[in-house]
Write a protein that binds this ligand. Structure first.
Ligand code: PLP
Length: 312
């Protein structure tokens, strides 16, 4: 991952040079993590660059802000346009897009109400999050000693900046112990999710995942994969998942905007994934790149002049 090709960003209503996308060190968000953000991907398609499910990402951004009591001073149409502008001005085809809203400089007491809400959009090429080999061969994961925080402690359905300390701790621990990713348990010891991904298990014709009752961030990729799995004729179950079930699963995989659909090849060094569904679902997601509406009804491409396509 590199920012070298990112020449332009957007901040508080204006396209600006990447190097001018700065903030003062007294910003509330820097001290207390008071911000919300999204991770969105744009893919090259035969009809030009297309932003994957932009509406869903913007809906979650506004919902995250609301659950943190933050009012975003731009509407969804304005942010969608800002995102398209950043992709277009940078001349990106495939890229990752990061809209971010945070409390800026004003006061440094805990109450951020007197701080302005700053809004920025950045984008950069980000090919694979867990590595090209991980996407192909699967990743080795460990069960984290860090538990995922419960919804009585933090708004788990929100993608809020400060909450990611939990993910950072879990990932660093996993990397330090030689694994590619961490799987966090919820406060009750059931499976929650990866540090930045949702989890799916497969047994026979069943595709199983958990939901927000288990402290997950309900992913937009997860939602697409659920639709694709149903469409492919799999029996889908959304319920509590245990460590024992993970170890007994025929396959397991992570889903997320950054990680896309990444097979899990080893859990605490136990190996055995077959990758069958994972490959099918991956090809399902890739089929949406080719605008195959038969596989994924509801996710279509709508060309729009020179702008990236939104809500693909
Ligand atoms: C903690 C966490 N869970 C799950 C996900 C997957 O969500 P999505 O598929 O919307 O990217 C992410 C990524 O945003 C995440 O950070």
């Amino acid at each position: 991952m590199s920012f070298a090709q990112s020449k332009w960003g957007w901040m508080n209503g204006e396209i600006i040079l990447w190097e001018n996308a700065t903030t003062h060190v007294s910003a509330h968000g820097l001290h207390y993590g008071t911000g919300v953000f999204e991770g969105v991907r744009c893919y090259e398609t035969p009809n030009g660059p297309a932003v994957f499910r932009l509406d869903a990402h913007l809906d979650r951004l506004y919902a995250s802000a609301e659950s943190c009591g933050m009012l975003i001073p731009f509407n969804a149409g304005e942010l969608a346009e800002a995102i398209c502008q950043v992709v277009r001005r940078n001349d990106f085809r495939d890229c990752y897009i990061r809209p971010l809203c945070y409390y800026g400089s004003g006061v440094l007491g805990l109450n951020p109400r007197a701080c302005p809400v700053e809004v920025a959009v950045l984008a950069w090429p980000w090919e694979t999050y867990l590595g090209a080999e991980g996407l192909e061969q699967g990743v080795s994961i460990t069960i984290s000693p860090w538990r995922k925080f419960h919804s009585s402690m933090m708004p788990t359905k929100a993608k809020a900046c400060g909450q990611y300390i939990n993910s950072v701790l879990a990932l660093r621990d996993a990397l330090d112990r030689g694994y590619a990713e961490a799987l966090l348990l919820d406060a009750d010891g059931h499976l929650a999710e990866g540090s930045g991904e949702n989890l799916f298990l497969v047994r026979g014709n069943q595709v199983i995942t958990n939901d927000e009752c288990h402290s997950i961030l309900p992913g937009i990729t997860r939602d697409s994969v659920l639709r694709i799995a149903r469409d492919l004729g799999f029996e889908v179950e959304v319920r509590t998942l245990s460590v024992a079930e993970l170890l007994a699963a025929e396959e397991a995989f992570f889903t997320g905007t950054a990680a896309e659909v990444t097979p899990i090849s080893e859990v605490c060094r136990r190996s055995g994934s077959r990758f069958f569904l994972c490959r099918l679902v991956t090809s399902g997601l890739f089929a949406t790149r080719c605008v195959d509406e038969r596989l994924v009804p509801g996710l279509q491409c709508s060309p729009r002049d020179s702008n990236p396509i939104t809500n693909w």
